[in-house]
Design a protein around this ligand. Structure first.
Ligand code: CA
Length: 262
C-alpha cells in the first residue's frame, strides 16, 4: 500500500505503522483530509496547499489504496478524483457508502458534464469541483461539506421520541437504532434543530447538498420519503410533517400516522 502523510508524519513513510498513524490522526486538532488523486503534480499541489492551510493530510494515488485508507482511518473529508486507476472514483464512492462510511466526499471531475456530476452525487458524494479550480474555492467547498458535523459536534438533539447524536452519527427512536444515509441524517439534523417550526425547501436543500449543487426539488421529496420510510413508517407515528409547497417540519410530538399536510 502506498500512502503519504503530512510532513510532520514523514517518519511513518519509511516504515508505515498503521497503529501509529491512526493515533496521530486521532490526536490531531486539525481537520483530517484524505486526497485520492493519481496525477502526481495535482496530488502534490493539493497536499502542500491543504497542509499550508492547516489541514492534516494523507494521500493515495489509486482507487484501491484510497478505499483502504478511507476505511482504515477516520477523516473529516475526502477529496476524490473521478478518473483513477485500479478503482475509479464512482466505484470507490459506491464501495465506501456500501461499507456505511459517511465521511463527506468532494469529487474532482475533469469535465463539467452534468451526467457525471449527478452520477457522483447519486452515489453519495457531497459536492464537486470541476478542474481547473482555484485553491480558495477548494478550501471553501471543504469547509462547506464539513460544516454540519463541526457545528453540531457533541450536541445531541432530542425531540418527540427521537434522539440524534451528530458526533456518533446515531439516531434512536423508541430505543431502536435507525440506520440513515448521510443525506437522510443531514436532513433530519436540519429539521430537528428547530422542532415545531417549518424549514423551507431551499434551506433543507442547501443544508443537505450545499448551496452550489444542481439538485431538483424532486430530489428533496425523494429524500424526505426515504427518511419517512425509516423514521416514521415502522413506528406508525409521524414526526416529519409537510408544509404544502413550502417545506417540512419536525413535530414536537409524534402524531398518528396520516400523511396529511400541516
Ligand atoms: Ca485522474
Amino acid at each position: 500500500m502506498f500512502f503519504n502523510c503530512e510532513r510532520a508524519m514523514n517518519s511513518f513513510l519509511q516504515s508505515p505503522n498503521p497503529a501509529a498513524i491512526a493515533l496521530t490522526l486521532k490526536n490531531t486538532v486539525a481537520m483530517r483530509i484524505l486526497i485520492i488523486e493519481d496525477e502526481p503534480r495535482m496530488l502534490e499541489l493539493l497536499r502542500v496547499g491543504l497542509y499550508e492551510h492547516g489541514y492534516t493530510v494523507m494521500t493515495a494515488a489509486d482507487g484501491e489504496t484510497g478505499l483502504e485508507v478511507a476505511t482504515t482511518y477516520e477523516f473529516n473529508a475526502i477529496v476524490l478524483d473521478i478518473g483513477l486507476p485500479r478503482l475509479n472514483g464512482y466505484e470507490l464512492m459506491k464501495a465506501l457508502r456500501g461499507r456505511v462510511s459517511w465521511t463527506p466526499v468532494l469529487m474532482l471531475t475533469a469535465r463539467d458534464a452534468e451526467d457525471d456530476i449527478i452520477r457522483g452525487l447519486d452515489l453519495g458524494a457531497d459536492d464537486y469541483l470541476t478542474k481547473p479550480f482555484s485553491f480558495p474555492e477548494l478550501v471553501a467547498r471543504l469547509q462547506s461539506i464539513t460544516r454540519p458535523s463541526r457545528e453540531d459536534a457533541g450536541r445531541t438533539l432530542r425531540s418527540a421520541d427521537v434522539v440524534l447524536d451528530p458526533d456518533r452519527h446515531v439516531v434512536i427512536r423508541n430505543s431502536k437504532r435507525i440506520d440513515l444515509s448521510r443525506q437522510e441524517f443531514l436532513l433530519l439534523t436540519c429539521l430537528m434543530r428547530c422542532p415545531g417550526q417549518w424549514v423551507s425547501r431551499q434551506t433543507l436543500m442547501e443544508f443537505v447538498w450545499g448551496p452550489n449543487l444542481p439538485v431538483s426539488h424532486g430530489a428533496l421529496d425523494v429524500l424526505v420519503n426515504s427518511l419517512r420510510a425509516k423514521i416514521d413508517a415502522p413506528f406508525h407515528k409521524e414526526v416529519i410533517g409537510t408544509v404544502r409547497g413550502s417545506g417540512y417540519l419536525f413535530k414536537r410530538a409524534a402524531c398518528a400516522a396520516e400523511r396529511s399536510a400541516q
